[in-house]
Design a protein around this ligand. Structure first.
Ligand SMILES: [Zn+2]
Length: 422
């Protein structure tokens, strides 16, 4: 199904970056624009206002931008999966960066887990696209190395049978520099039409790393922001040189809040450590009672605390859309933004940045910038939820919308150049 009219390549201002030069239009104008989804991990929305991102700011000025609300919890893997599945973590199955599953006792999900069963609760856009005959390629993205829908076979040795991956994908390796990642995408764009991807993802982790280490307001973090902006500039220039019409969508998974060891909630002062097993901890804590201690733990946790609130999972406020997935621990505590939950008071002082907080906190707002032949020049849009990005991608690729999505393409309907026909 085709949802957008063929590209007519109107050359308007900075959009010329993504339009085919007039002299070379004949072949390209018959093909649909490539869609490139870029994630800059931990790029807080207001980093765009620091005057250090000429390339991203030019993209925003030529198209649209917004302060995008991450899904809860505002962590990396849950939100990267929400962006490409259109489902909140409670329904996409990646409920944290680290968790367990009662259906797989003894197993732990970590950011290195690639067994399909962890990921199978929601279908990512590259699988939907590949099934529809649209070629995809991923230059890193959480979950893009998974043989989605495949079966884990443990004997005689661990293998995965079946499943769907992007036609081209890369195992994550932090040693591959941002510039090399951009080169890989540009190489894909040089391919002949028959094996050139139509949907591409590209992932940068450096801004998040600096934000954690130095905090959101620091010269080191600014340097990482400026560096990744230069890589975006290199991508844009390369696409222009190739004359490849591209809808470029640059997002972040979450923002970043300043933290300090002085703002720590020590759990051992709230409940005796013998009462519980602690899962993920930091901006939130996932807590499971030890045998026979459910009532004692509830009494300790479910009373008012300074800088922290705890719930039984089924009582987590509805606006967070979190608590029904069996992978979520029975008790859940959320720290006030800028505070952190730890087993005990830290031994030494530290400062830095963290995320995972209430997804409505301004510090958690994530970058969204989109520009290309399908986007009007409309400037800043009202805030929207990141589960609306997958429906946007479906529209750009001509894929039918899913009836089972937590988001929709409403935020973008008035800013698209080619209104949907259906
Ligand atoms: Zn992240």
């Amino acid at each position: 199904m085709k949802t957008f009219a063929p590209l007519l390549a109107p050359v308007l201002g900075a959009l010329a970056l993504f339009s085919t030069p007039t002299s070379a239009k004949s072949a390209e104008e018959k093909s649909d624009p490539v869609v490139i989804l870029v994630s800059i991990d931990g790029f807080r929305e207001d980093y765009l206002d620091r005057g250090i991102t000429p390339h991203l700011s030019a993209l925003a000025a030529s198209g649209v931008s917004a302060a995008m609300r991450p899904s809860f919890p505002s962590k990396t893997f849950p939100n990267h999966w929400a962006l490409v599945t259109g489902k909140v973590p409670d329904r996409n199955g990646i409920i944290a960066n680290a968790f367990e599953d009662p259906a797989h006792p003894g197993e732990k999900f970590t950011m290195a887990s690639d067994e399909p069963y962890w990921w199978d609760e929601a279908e990512p856009i590259w699988v939907t696209a590949e099934k529809a005959g649209i070629r995809t390629a991923t230059m890193f993205w959480p979950g893009s190395n998974v043989a989605w829908g495949g079966t884990l076979v443990k004997e005689p040795w661990k293998t995965i049978e079946g499943g769907t991956r992007p036609s081209d994908w890369q195992q994550f390796n932090g040693a591959v520099s941002p510039s090399q990642r951009v080169d890989a995408v540009l190489d894909w764009m040089r391919r002949p039409a028959a094996n050139r991807p139509r949907l591409v993802t590209l992932y940068f982790d450096q801004v998040d790393t600096a934000g954690h280490r130095y905090g959101p307001v620091d010269a080191h973090t600014d340097a990482a922001i400026a560096d990744v902006d230069a890589d975006i500039g290199k991508l844009v220039a390369g696409l222009r040189e190739l004359g490849r019409a591209t809808d470029l969508i640059v997002v972040a998974d979450h923002g970043m809040a300043a933290v300090s060891s002085e703002r720590t909630i020590a759990l051992d002062t709230v409940a005796a450590p013998s009462l519980y097993k602690l899962g993920d901890a930091g901006p939130f804590a996932a807590i499971t009672p030890t045998d026979g201690n459910e009532q004692a733990l509830a009494a300790a946790l479910l009373k008012p605390h300074d800088h922290m609130q705890c719930w039984r999972k089924q009582d987590i406020p509805a606006r967070l859309h979190y608590g029904s997935n069996p992978r979520i621990a029975p008790f859940f505590c959320l720290a006030e933004t800028g505070w952190q939950i730890a087993t005990k008071r830290p031994d030494k002082a530290s400062t830095g940045g963290a995320h995972g907080y209430d997804n409505a906190a301004p510090e958690m707002a994530a970058l969204f910038v989109a520009s290309g032949p399908d986007f009007m020049k409309r400037g800043k849009l009202p805030a929207f939820d990141n589960v609306d990005v997958a429906p946007l991608l479906r529209g750009l690729l001509g894929l039918p919308q899913s009836s089972d999505s937590d988001g929709n393409d409403a935020p973008f309907r008035d800013v698209m150049k080619h209104p949907r026909k259906d």
